[in-house]
Design a protein around this ligand. Structure first.
Ligand SMILES: [Zn+2]
Length: 380
């Protein structure tokens, strides 16, 4: 680690933009950086000098010739190993965490059961898991993601699964660990992970739909995530997708929750078969040609297609990313999904660009880590 890499740099304005450019798109030559930001080469040189000195960026080995005079210029790249971040996903009964570098590459993951749901017990577990993941290394930031609303000051306004209202979780974890901590809605974290390091990287706009225990939605427009206090309340959950579908617990017929949630698909197949089956078994039965399971899974796949078409039609994103624990539905019912999109898309419109992202539980924790990385880059 270069000397000076450990202490905190204060990045803002152009310096911050250059650092983020190098982190996301590097290596980049000084000339290209100058072009991107409408600067002179000497301004860029002056701008990056303290970053080079701090060991945050370095000159890459290649020496491409740039400019008419062919003056060699080594491209700059971000040094991703200089700092480690911890991302943690809170659920009703566990804390799951990952250790990542600046590029959100996961180098370790771990999980601990939650022994109680009061804030103090949860903060203890978060601190314990962070220490375990850090293994004695210093941590530059912690990100915690959870299903619920989070305010700008890292307070959990509303997290029904924990029974929390107005818990200043960011302050509590920072005080307990001594590490700057950012709190975010879990779908917001996953959206940011896609925006910086995933299938949304480089796009001006994209939408993220997650299916699992619920239906999550994130939207990026003009290169930035659309912020809303309603992240985490499940805005898409009760959109009707099938007028002949089953009811959700709130009484809607064929809404997204009733058609796409893993528990709903399992319940619908169980009801048809007269015996309890889990979500994965329901999909396996559908693959095996079981008529009951096939019918349910086919309807759900078509409903997912309708939801994607609706998002594409209304929000007009460049891409729709499908993710979440129940994303296997999209694979198993791919034909129905495509048919559902076609049926609800104007034929003259461009094809919907959709991507199925095979995610795991640790991706939620990684999303929280990306929030911590972003906070490091642009502290509040
Ligand atoms: Zn509903």
């Amino acid at each position: 680690m270069a000397q000076g890499a450990g202490h905190k740099l204060h990045l803002e304005g152009l310096e911050l933009q250059v650092v983020v450019d190098l982190l996301l798109d590097g290596p980049i030559s000084r000339a290209d950086l100058a072009r991107r930001h409408g600067l002179t080469a000497s301004t860029v040189t002056r701008l990056v000098a303290p970053l080079l000195k701090a060991g945050l960026i370095r000159e890459a080995d290649e020496e491409p010739r740039t400019g008419k005079l062919g003056r060699p210029s080594k491209p700059l790249s971000f040094v991703t190993e200089t700092r480690r971040f911890v991302g943690i996903k809170l659920t009703a009964d566990a804390v799951a965490g990952v250790l990542v570098d600046f590029s959100a590459n996961v180098s370790a993951s771990a999980q601990l059961p939650l022994l109680g749901r009061d804030p103090e017990a949860v903060v203890d577990r978060v601190a314990e898991l962070t220490a375990e993941l850090a293994g004695g290394e210093s941590i530059a930031g912690i990100g915690v993601g959870l299903g619920g609303n989070v305010t700008e000051d890292d307070t959990v306004q509303h997290a029904p699964f924990l029974g929390w209202h107005g818990v200043p979780l960011g302050d509590l974890v920072t005080a307990r660990t001594g590490v700057p901590t950012a709190i975010a809605n879990d779908v917001a974290g996953l959206t940011e992970a896609e925006r910086w390091f995933g299938a949304g990287h480089g796009l001006d706009s994209f939408a993220l739909v997650t299916i699992g225990a619920g239906v999550g939605y994130g939207l990026v427009s003009n290169g930035a995530r659309v912020h809303s206090p309603d992240y985490g309340v499940g805005l898409l959950g009760h959109i009707q997708l099938d007028s002949n579908g089953p009811r959700c617990p709130q009484g809607h017929i064929g809404c997204a929750a009733a058609m796409l949630s893993d528990w709903a698909i399992a319940a619908n197949v169980s009801a048809g078969l007269g015996r309890p089956v889990e979500f994965d078994e329901a999909l396996n039965l559908a693959l095996d040609g079981n008529p009951v399971a096939s019918g349910v899974v086919s309807s759900s796949g078509r409903a997912l297609g309708r939801l994607i078409a609706s998002i594409a039609n209304i929000a007009m994103p460049q891409r729709v990313i499908i993710s979440g624990e129940a994303v296997r539905l999209a694979d198993v019912a791919l034909h129905d999904l495509a048919a559902g999109i076609d049926a609800h898309r104007e034929p003259l419109a461009n094809d919907v660009d959709y991507v199925i992202e095979h995610s795991s539980t640790s991706d939620w924790a990684r999303g929280a880590a990306v929030i911590a990385i972003q906070r490091w880059a642009a502290p509040r």
